[in-house]
Ligand binder design. Structure first.
Ligand SMILES: NC(=O)c1ccc[n+]([C@@H]2O[C@H](COP(=O)([O-])OP(=O)(O)OC[C@H]3O[C@@H](n4cnc5c(N)ncnc54)[C@H](OP(=O)(O)O)[C@@H]3O)[C@@H](O)[C@H]2O)c1
Length: 241
């Protein structure tokens, strides 16, 4: 069971933390967010909690996650969307190193360099959008289709198997029960080195969504955090990509 902790905004009282439009106390807000997650999930521990974005006072939020980790309430803590430069900095200047880094990863954006850096720091790479949400025609990709046919599998299964053979954790999402079963059924075949290489050749090293280093996207995130101060409900937020 995993959860995400937004680097949140919180209307607190400490003037030392005054930011745009009010006081942002990331440490307090992160603590509150974890407590709310525990309550919503009706549990007294969470297996993995990730800091969702590398923005704002991520260090303050991380202090809160470290404390929950040390109390055994969070069994593992990690980060998400930290590109290699931010990951190296964050892993180097914190007391407890992140255990997981969840980033966009699929055959069109393979994170080859990022994987090397996360491996170097002992941080487990986890793929969000392991199918790239099907963007760029991934489910119909002829290379994947050919490999899938050779193993009597689907292109979805080939993609998941490819991630796993690279040592990357996957969290595919489906609203269909039969696809969930399909996505779990990937442990009875192995891709050859040649097949792995054919998939490597599909890499464009470009996001199918957006870059967390794009200032316009950072502005969009800032605006969303501002709006959250008012509504406190993230379930209806619209994606900007
Ligand atoms: N950390 C972050 O910033 C971040 C960002 C984005 C996503 N995520 C997380 O990553 C996880 C997965 O990402 P995602 O949903 O964006 O992308 P994804 O898993 O790559 O793709 C999901 C899409 O693939 C389809 N699908 C699933 N299994 C299939 C199969 N076997 N055959 C054909 N189509 C299949 C689903 O359709 P159906 O539902 O119709 O089956 C859905 O449209 C989610 O838990 C999400 O919350 C995290």
């Amino acid at each position: 069971m995993g959860e995400r902790c937004w680097n949140p905004s919180y209307k607190g009282e400490n003037p030392a933390h005054v930011g745009r439009g009010g006081c942002w106390i990331f440490y307090e807000a992160c603590k509150k967010s974890v407590e709310e997650s525990l309550k919503k999930l009706k549990t007294d521990y969470i297996d993995l909690m990730l800091l969702h974005q590398p923005f704002g006072d991520a260090y303050g939020a991380w202090r809160a996650l470290e404390e929950f980790y040390e109390k055994g309430i969070l069994k593992a803590i990690g980060i998400s969307n930290f590109y290699a430069d931010r990951m190296v900095e964050f892993a180097s200047f914190n007391r407890i190193k992140p255990m997981v880094n969840q980033v966009e990863c699929h055959p069109l954006n393979q994170q080859i360099e990022a994987k090397k850096w996360n491996d170097k720091y002992g941080i487990q790479l986890e793929a969000w959008a392991p199918f790239g949400e099907g963007r760029g025609g991934l489910f119909e990709n002829p290379v994947l289709k050919e490999i899938a046919a050779a193993h009597g599998k689907t292109t979805a299964q080939v993609m998941l198997r490819w991630h796993l053979q690279r040592g990357i954790v996957v969290i595919p999402k489906s609203t269909h029960k039969e696809r969930m079963a399909e996505n779990l059924n990937v442990f009875d075949f192995t891709l050859t080195a040649e097949e792995m290489a054919k998939i490597t050749a599909l890499d464009t090293a470009t996001s199918s969504f957006f870059s967390h280093q794009d200032p316009a996207m950072v502005e969009w995130f800032v605006k969303m955090v501002e709006e959250r101060k008012e509504q406190q409900d993230s379930s209806n937020e619209k994606k900007a990509w």
